[in-house]
Design a protein around this ligand. Structure first.
Ligand code: PEP
Ligand code: MG
Length: 402
């Protein structure tokens, strides 16, 4: 009773078990409880900030601002999801009945329950770097295996795309030998980091392949691919990992689809060639716009230059989608452009039929899609594509969204 009247927000039990009295009591009182077998917890100074994730049984001591923000976002999502679940249709169609797949971008495993409540058809982008960013050392293969296993269990039967480690740039690992770089966004980022640190890459790939043993649709996706050679090199590492697991007689997924993100202008002219090698493309518009326009996506001083509606961006997107559709390679978009009402009609108009978003946008996105006619969207897209002036495109977009 004292716990309730003192407004206790959570209990961390050092030792004990789920059936102990305190845990039964805390469950009845709806006070989150986490049990840790870590006596060091008892030596923490008073007032040390602790973040408890009682869903997964994790404790974060002195959590970083980024971790706290992720959890605050998750809490907000939960509130919104409660209101919208009942109003969400299982299948998303435009006004004229064209089917559009809605998938979730997942950073934290705890976002999965909201994605499921809001009927996401799968995970279009799992940003696998989060477990790497919150730990003091590289997570082991087993630790990663457990994370991915949870993901597959929660989304059983659904299509899951796991993006391999995308660190570097603004996402630095303090424990790695990542050198200070003058232009980190143009440096040892993403797939470049993975190919340089093969043991880290192989650990991750083996963990994904093993955890996805029974998964129906496993997609392994490489970020920031810049050439066909780089894609083939990364894919070969997947094959090598499969061979290693076979040699050890371990169970693993033998049919992963090998996919890539389209984030660099360098790949636009090679889409047809990539179509012969990759099983799936996902356009990461956040980086695509950044690299196309040479504008740091995190630098406020140049934010006016960060224009997803730049004619070269729009024309490149249209080309990518049309070539991949001709080549019959599945394609989706997973950057922030997807939930901006300014671009939805354009994206559908150029042929996008699969979208992956932060789960909090699933509901609003479905409702917007239901109001769009594909004929109209195509006309709108063609109008934007024929216009070379930034200002005129902006005015055209503003006049359509009202
Ligand atoms: C993107 O670049 O659009 C993307 C989805 O990847 P991230 O935002 O994680 O860089
Ligand atoms: Mg990116």
């Amino acid at each position: 009773m004292k716990l309730v009247t003192n407004d206790v927000k959570g209990i961390v039990l050092v030792g004990g078990g789920v059936t102990s009295h305190i845990s039964i009591l805390s469950r009845s009182l709806k006070i989150p409880l986490v049990i840790v077998e870590e006596p060091k917890m008892l030596q923490l100074q008073e007032k040390t900030p602790i973040l408890m994730d009682a869903d997964l049984g994790n404790i974060y001591v002195n959590p970083s601002k980024a971790v706290v923000e992720q959890f605050e976002k998750r809490n907000q999502l939960r509130e919104d999801a409660k209101c919208n679940t009942a109003k969400m249709d299982t299948v998303t169609r435009t006004k004229d009945g064209t089917r559009v797949g809605l998938f979730a971008n997942i950073n934290l495993l705890t976002e999965l329950s909201i994605a499921k409540q809001l009927k996401a058809e799968g995970v279009g982008l799992y940003r696998s770097e989060f477990p790497f960013l919150i730990r003091p050392t590289f997570p082991s293969e087993t630790e990663q295996y457990l994370v991915y296993q949870h993901l597959f269990k929660e989304m059983r039967g659904k299509e899951i795309t796991i993006r391999t480690l995308d660190v570097g740039g603004e996402k630095t690992l303090t424990y790695s030998d990542m050198a200070e770089e003058q232009n980190p966004e143009l440096g040892m980022r993403s797939i470049r980091f993975s190919l340089k640190h093969k043991e880290v890459f192989e650990n991750q790939l083996r963990a994904i392949l093993r955890a996805g043993f029974e998964a129906d649709y496993l997609r392994i996706m490489f970020p920031m691919i810049s050439s066909l050679d780089e894609f083939c090199e990364a894919r070969q590492v997947v094959y090598d990992c499969m061979q290693q697991l076979s040699n050890k007689k371990m169970q693993y997924n033998r049919n992963p689809e090998i996919c890539m993100m389209i984030e660099l202008p360098a790949v636009v002219e090679l889409i047809e060639d990539f179509s012969k090698e990759a099983d799936f493309f996902s356009i990461g518009t956040n980086d695509f716009v950044q690299y196309m326009l040479a504008v740091d996506r995190t630098n406020r001083m140049v934010s006016d230059y960060y224009c997803p509606f730049h004619p070269s961006v729009l024309r490149a997107l249209s080309k990518i989608v049309s070539v991949s559709r001709q080549c019959k390679v599945d394609i989706s978009v997973c950057g922030e452009m997807t939930h901006d009402p300014a671009y939805l009609s354009f994206l559908l108009g150029i042929g996008i039929r699969k979208i992956s978003v932060d789960p909090k946008f699933l509901f609003i996105l479905q409702k917007r899609i239901q109001k769009i006619e594909i004929d109209e969207a195509e006309k709108h897209a063609n109008q934007l594509l024929s216009e070379p002036s930034l200002q005129k495109i902006k005015t055209l977009i503003e006049s359509t969204i009202g």
